[in-house]
Design a protein around this ligand. Structure first.
Ligand SMILES: *Cc1c(COP(=O)(O)O)cnc(C)c1O
Length: 399
């Protein structure tokens, strides 16, 4: 196993995606790590039981803490993130809630980017508030200006770059530098890029979070959250996960690990289709603005270019104002390839009307036109643009 690890650390990431977290010859030659279902794990000797009790037992100790199936996923994500350890959790939201619960206590203060995944506000405004933790939302463009919002009791800064609704980028290294001086933890929601295109820990963050539900699973069929961190922070997270009884079922760990094997090829296609669809929308007369960080016309394009290795398939489009509800419904309801639904990151294209003005609190959203969040799937590009052409035709017919 140590031999395998040494080999892995030298591999290119495309090879690592294939090689990490599996050991076929320890398992009858079967290529994929098996799904081990367990609550009870038996210890052959008193000494083995004692090693579980003092935390030195190398294998699984109890089902809730994960069988070898979870360990395979966790080792793989940790290696991709350049972290000591990772922890698999029942959803992306559980991963966010665990981070807040781990690093704060009553009387503390947290800073949360205004463009972060909307439901993070439920964690902050309902759960954490109830336990005496106060939240301040900040402008994602704040950079080192975040120092002005930091208080003696600030414990955590939560960022999402780019935000998965409005796609502003934050200067994570600048924010992390201010946080580090004051002993404040920085967590980054990295669901958009995945570690294939961005590694938050390499840019100063302490905790890298992913909704594995999105690109890791990649097939719209499982809920998964993952947190990666270096050893001390990981131990704190692991302890609080145990306190809360969090557990990701082995079948879902298996699906996430299987998705990871094709992450590189899927993301390359999501990126290509995303950029091509963004260009298509940019040329449509009905569109006021395309918001895609990998396009040179994005206000934060330079940050994306500096820190990211690529872009995923998720971006936004702002329509020109004045489209009636009926005309818009005619556009959406006849689409054959773009589904309307929550989440993203699967193989299929999605188009979701979103309302950032209802979520934002630090920086009001001022665009008047309807905002569409697009997930570019793996379909043929000309089929996708044809579907949209037909949609715009229906929109005008009902205008
Ligand atoms: C979906 C999503 C989450 C939450 O993940 P779930 O697995 O749905 O709980 C968190 N952050 C971002 C950016 C997301 O898109």
């Amino acid at each position: 196993m140590t031999g395998a690890k040494r080999r892995n650390s030298k591999r290119h990431v495309d090879t690592a995606l294939v090689e990490l977290g599996r050991d076929p010859h320890a398992n009858h030659g079967v290529v994929n790590p098996p799904v081990y279902h367990a609550s009870t794990i038996l210890f052959p000797t008193l000494a083995a039981l004692e090693s579980a009790e003092n935390g030195t037992h190398p294998g699984p100790t109890y089902g809730r803490r994960g069988t070898t199936t979870a360990q395979a996923l966790e080792q793989t994500v940790a290696a991709l993130d350049g972290a000591d350890k990772a922890i698999a959790l029942p959803s992306g939201k559980a991963a966010m809630a665990l981070t807040f619960a781990t690093f704060t206590r009553a009387g503390d203060h947290v800073l949360v980017s205004d463009n972060a995944y909307g439901p993070v506000r439920m964690i902050c405004n309902d759960l954490m508030e109830k336990f005496g933790v106060e939240t301040t939302y900040f402008d994602p463009h704040i950079g080192s200006g975040i120092s002005k919002l930091m208080r003696p009791n600030t414990r955590l800064v939560w960022c999402e770059s780019p935000g998965s609704l409005t796609f502003e980028m934050s200067d994570i290294p600048a924010i992390a530098a201010e946080a580090r001086q004051r002993g404040i933890k920085v967590g980054v929601d990295n669901s958009w890029a995945s570690p294939y295109y961005y590694k938050p820990l390499d840019h100063g963050a302490d905790i890298a979070m992913q909704a594995g539900t999105k690109y890791l699973v990649g097939h719209s069929d499982a809920m998964v959250g993952v947190l990666s961190a270096q050893m001390d922070d990981f131990k704190s997270l692991r302890h609080m996960a145990d306190a809360l009884g969090y557990h990701l079922a082995p079948d879902d760990c298996y699906l996430a690990l299987r998705g990871i094997r094709t992450l590189s090829v899927r993301l390359e296609r999501h990126q290509a289709n995303g950029l091509a669809l963004a260009e298509y929308f940019a040329k449509r007369p009905e569109v006021a603005r395309v918001i895609h960080p990998a396009r040179p016309d994005h206000p934060d394009h330079a940050l994306w270019q500096r820190d990211f290795k690529g872009a995923s398939g998720l971006f936004a489009v702002v329509l020109k104002p004045g489209v009636s509800h009926n005309a818009f419904a005619a556009f959406t309801d006849g689409l054959e390839l773009f589904g309307m639904g929550y989440s993203w990151g699967g193989y299929e294209s999605l188009l979701l009307p979103v309302r950032p003005e209802k979520i934002r609190s630090a920086v009001p959203w001022r665009e008047e036109g309807k905002v569409l969040r697009i997930h570019a799937g793996l379909e043929d590009l000309s089929d996708l643009t044809h579907d949209l052409d037909m949609g715009f035709d229906r929109l005008h017919a009902h205008g």
